[in-house]
Design a protein around this ligand. Sequence first.
Ligand code: AKG
Length: 294
Amino acid sequence: MDLSCTTITPDPIATTEPPRALGVPLTRTGPLMPFTLDWNDPESARRRYEADGYLYLRGLLDRNQVLAFREYYFAQFQSTGLLAPGSRPIEGLCGEGNVADGVVNAILHRIVRSPEYAALCASPALVAFYEWFFGSPVHLHRRKILRHTTARGPLATGAHYDLVYIDQGTERLCTSWIPLGDLPLTTGTLIYLEGSHRLDVESLRGAFPDFPARSGWITRDLEGLSSRTGLRWLASPAFAAGDMMVHGPRMIHASCDRHHAGGLMRLSTDIRYQPKNEPIDARWQRDWSHDDGL
Ligand SMILES: O=C(O)CCC(=O)C(=O)O
């Protein structure tokens, strides 16, 4: 497979601009700090994860496998009008067409059950990392989520933490957020509220009109949340295929606006690993479907 055009030309507005949410640049921001694994010292990774609430692991995964999956994913949408005319699926450039939710969901339903996706989510590097990190055999939650952004939406993901959705098992659970491609910030990548894994979230009750919302989101007003808490939003100017974020169940995160000048779509997956011998939330042991209520 020719993966040559997958080194994305930098988005001219991308590199120095802070993340935006609801159309406004965020004012309290900082960089996500990459962590270099020392395979002889799992404690150092655990300490960093405890301290920061996340690990930013550059190049952990097999880049070619990630890009091959990107190609496979967007190829499934080729006849739907999602992709820019004349572009190759691996580029993930969005067309003008508005694809009906039903069509997108039917395709997603199939992809999350595909052997290609299973192989990506249980790739040797990923499993080796979690076995090393937890120091035990691991369990991958079957409910795994794929998301792509388009020019029209869906809107960015509001600020939330994962324990709201997955609280009937152990808290020794990590989410892997995996960029599936070379993705500048302007594709609407994930951002983290610094140190928010130590925040008393209850103290935010009443601070935002919709919190606690049925969606589980604290708010879409990311600027308001950082101003209320005094915490910065941490972002990476660009993720590369092969990178992986790891975050804990209490770490508040969101995605920022997508406004990539060249029409590049963000494709990512979020999946969850935990030690095998810890309590497991039974609701997450079925494949994702858009109406599963979780
Ligand atoms: O990718 C997103 O927009 C949200 C992902 C997320 O909430 C997660 O990884 O837990």
